[in-house]
Design a protein around this ligand. Structure first.
Ligand SMILES: *Cc1c(COP(=O)(O)O)cnc(C)c1O
Length: 349
């Protein structure tokens, strides 16, 4: 049971705290100076991470944002265009890093309610280099799609968009911060989702439950260059085995993401039944709640939920995000539905 005074934190799957096993693994990790490639635990994590997404190599980095920004830097030249969907994390939530750190300009595709651009939209967005135009350096895609509510994009749709770029010799990056949520939801191996792209980011610190860290993966040549750019961006770490060891345990948490998805479904069904709020059925562990028809601003819902003992985040004026994770079980979700119901009732009065 969830205690009445226990805060149920559904702001993000990043809020999980490391398990006892992770803390022990950190304490007992074999370590060395990873900038010299001397840390056996980091080396093992990079090998296992590459295996998990079916790439030749992988690089351990402090965050998903850094992984994405390194990928942009490696794939592009300053002045080139980065083609991406207009609701993508790299475009919306990374502080304009692509222009600041890599000197690229972004061209956005409006994919409408889809989460991935059609091949035609990609082709239309690609720019050929000529006397006046800089040329497209990279197409970036996202799976699961965060802002679209954790949507799991089917392999053939990712492949179709990626092929449109690669046919024009433009490389493709996948922001797969939650790519294992996509794989579990689609019932495929993550390597199938990653196969059509040149590089992929995924987070150990989200649903997989590690305290820190993300992975950037691709072929050997890409990862070798990414390692240099990680140093450039200040991400070269020393005895990083201390944080990589929990990351190794996190890789064992892939299958249990199905529990988070089941809990998200329970949460969405419970909230939808409240009436007045619109809650699409989630694919994975992210539940978005639309409150425009109810006339409830997301900022008001977020603070009323906080008062009622539930954490959530504002996505937009009338859209609020709730995320399930390792530290919330079905009981906590049921309790959260009751509390959110009270919060909505207060706001509807
Ligand atoms: C969380 C997230 C990131 C960034 O990861 P951080 O580790 O928080 O920097 C990138 N892309 C997507 C889609 C995300 O959800």
């Amino acid at each position: 049971m969830t205690d009445a005074d226990e805060f149920i934190d559904l702001r993000s799957d990043t809020v999980t705290t490391p398990s006892d096993a992770m803390r022990e693994a950190a304490r007992d990790a074999d370590v060395g100076d990873d900038v010299y490639r001397d840390d056996p635990t980091v080396n093992e994590l990079e090998r296992r991470a590459a295996e998990a997404v079916g790439t030749e190599a992988a690089l351990y980095v402090p965050s998903g944002t850094m992984a994405n920004q390194i990928a942009v830097h490696v794939h592009t030249e300053p002045g080139q265009e980065l083609l991406l969907e207009r609701e993508s994390h790299i475009y919306r939530w990374e502080l304009g890093g692509a222009s600041k750190l890599s000197g690229v300009q972004t061209r956005t595709i409006d994919a409408g309610d889809r989460c991935v651009p059609t091949p035609d939209a990609v082709t239309e967005g690609l720019v050929d280099e000529d006397l006046h135009r800089p040329g497209t350096g990279l197409l970036s895609l996202e799976n699961t799609h965060n802002y679209r509510g954790g949507t799991a994009i089917p392999v053939d749709e990712i492949a179709a968009a990626a092929d449109a770029a690669r046919d024009a010799d433009v490389p493709v990056h996948l922001d797969g911060a939650r790519v294992f949520n996509a794989a579990v939801a689609l019932g495929v191996d993550a390597s199938e989702i990653v196969a059509p792209v040149d590089s992929v980011t995924f987070c150990l610190s989200k649903g997989l439950g590690a305290p820190v860290g993300s992975i950037l993966a691709g072929d050997e040549a890409f990862v070798e260059e990414a390692r240099r750019v990680r140093k450039l961006f200040g991400g070269g770490m020393r005895q990083a085995g201390m944080i990589a060891a929990p990351g190794l345990l996190a890789l064992e948490n892939v299958d249990r993401l199905a529990d988070d998805h089941a809990n998200a479904e329970r949460l969405a069904a419970g909230l939808d039944a409240l009436g007045g709020v619109d809650v699409p059925e989630p694919d994975t562990n992210i539940v978005v709640v639309h409150t425009e028809d109810a006339g409830i601003a997301a900022s008001d819902l977020v603070s009323a939920c906080a008062d009622a003992g539930v954490g959530c985040v504002e996505f937009d004026d009338y859209t609020t995000r709730f995320t399930t994770h390792l530290d919330v079980d079905a009981d906590a979700v049921a309790e959260a539905v009751d509390r959110i119901g009270d919060a909505v009732a207060t706001l509807s009065e």
